[in-house]
Design a protein around this ligand. Structure first.
Ligand code: SF4
Length: 386
């Protein structure tokens, strides 16, 4: 879809390609021979924005030479198990009051990222091959999640279908608002499990927790029922926000049991609200400690004859050799800043085929910085200026 707008006396063409908004001056647009889709991938003269969050968006292709390992917001995350996280994009259509990554209308996140489909699948395959080489007969799970809602990714169905060819299990985390019953049916045979966040069974509380008035609980419940009767496994994954949805947890378990959540795996993955430095903090929340949380899950589980406490073995997650680390903590490097970071005062650099996040910096793209690596866990690299 195209539309025109006058900005600073200049006519600018906007191309809306699902969630991607491409802003190209008319003169340049007219001289391009590509289709809209190709422009997004190849046109060098473009400013891209996320049409949902309105933030600057990097569309990451193989040609860009931006690695897909090293950052938590996009690409591939290997935490040393047979489950490989696949993060196609950032950005969310909701605005949950408890969101750990402050998504939707964000005060802290200033940049979005979206990875080209083929590039993401190819890089996933490399990591999966590495795991298969080092862990005999391993079952590889591709788990699509992210700092945001994966179903805003324009190619999500294609991604699921392509990952199905490369992994033994494909699962996805979603808030369910963008899923439809038809989509659920189309994904049958390709997608093994949907982890669906439903945080309340009460319409008003659900809207309050989602942080948007347009949240349609009935739609999400209908989608949940459709998943439950499809070949895809359903896991209901509410975030328990004490002081808000305490009464809902039992109702969600009752609903899940009624519709048949958890055919192959467990049907419930209740998550504890955790206060994160850059996450949202709802007013008057009474944060539970993990001991109390697991005790309560045990008690509620007893009432419904369900084990609500989750363990890695419930999902067949086993340890499996990690990709080798490329930097050690304390290592000093001279780096060129290549991209804006996800947070204010955060920039990204590239070295040894990894992304490195440089925190608390006021340097600009193109600047050279001296840094020290302060984190390298799971091949996620954080550095600070020295
Ligand atoms: S759906 Fe998830 S990512 Fe989106 S705002 Fe809610 S908690 Fe955050």
């Amino acid at each position: 879809m195209k539309y025109k707008k006058i900005i600073n006396d200049k006519e600018v063409i906007f191309i809306l390609y699902n969630v991607i908004e491409v802003r190209i001056p008319k003169k340049i647009y007219n001289s391009l021979k590509q289709t809209d889709e190709e422009i997004i991938t190849f046109c060098p003269y473009k400013n891209i924005y996320n049409a949902i969050t309105k933030r600057r968006l990097y569309y990451i292709t193989e040609e860009s030479q931006i690695p897909l390992i090293g950052h938590t917001a996009f690409g591939i995350i290997d935490r040393g198990t047979n489950l490989i996280q696949v993060r196609p994009c950032t950005g969310c259509n909701l605005n949950c009051i408890f969101c750990s990554v402050d998504e939707g209308k964000s005060k802290t996140r200033v940049t979005d990222y979206m990875v080209d489909l083929e590039y993401l699948v190819n890089e996933f395959e490399k990591v999966a091959d590495f795991k298969r080489k080092h862990c005999k007969d391993v079952t590889i799970e591709a788990h699509i999640d992210g700092q945001g809602e994966p179903f805003i990714y324009p190619y999500i169905e294609k991604l699921i279908k392509k990952l199905h060819d490369k992994a033994d299990i494909v699962s996805v985390q979603t808030n369910g608002t963008l899923l439809t019953k038809d989509m659920v049916r189309r994904l049958e045979g390709y997608l093994d499990r949907i982890n669906l966040s439903i945080n309340s069974m009460d319409e008003n509380m659900a809207k309050l927790l989602a942080g948007v008035n347009t949240y349609d609980l009935k739609h999400v419940l209908d989608v949940a029922e459709e998943i439950a009767v499809s070949q895809i496994d359903l896991l209901l994954a509410p975030v328990w926000v004490p002081g808000y949805n305490d009464e809902d947890i039992r109702k969600i378990v009752e609903f899940g049991k009624k519709i048949g959540a958890g055919k192959k795996w467990k049907g419930f993955g209740i998550q504890k609200y955790v206060k994160y430095k850059f996450g949202r903090k709802p007013k008057n929340v009474r944060v539970m400690n993990f001991k109390a949380f697991y005790r309560k899950l045990y008690e509620i589980g007893e009432e419904y004859n369900e084990e609500l406490r989750l363990y890695p073995k419930d999902f067949g997650i086993i340890k499996c050799k990690s990709l080798p680390k490329k930097f050690r903590v304390g290592e000093k490097l001279k780096l060129k800043i290549e991209m804006h970071g996800r947070l204010k005062n955060e920039m990204l650099a590239i070295a040894r085929d990894r992304i490195i996040q440089i925190t608390d910096t006021n340097k600009k793209v193109g600047d050279i910085v001296n840094v020290k690596i302060i984190r390298n866990k799971h091949n996620i690299y954080v550095a600070e200026e020295i």
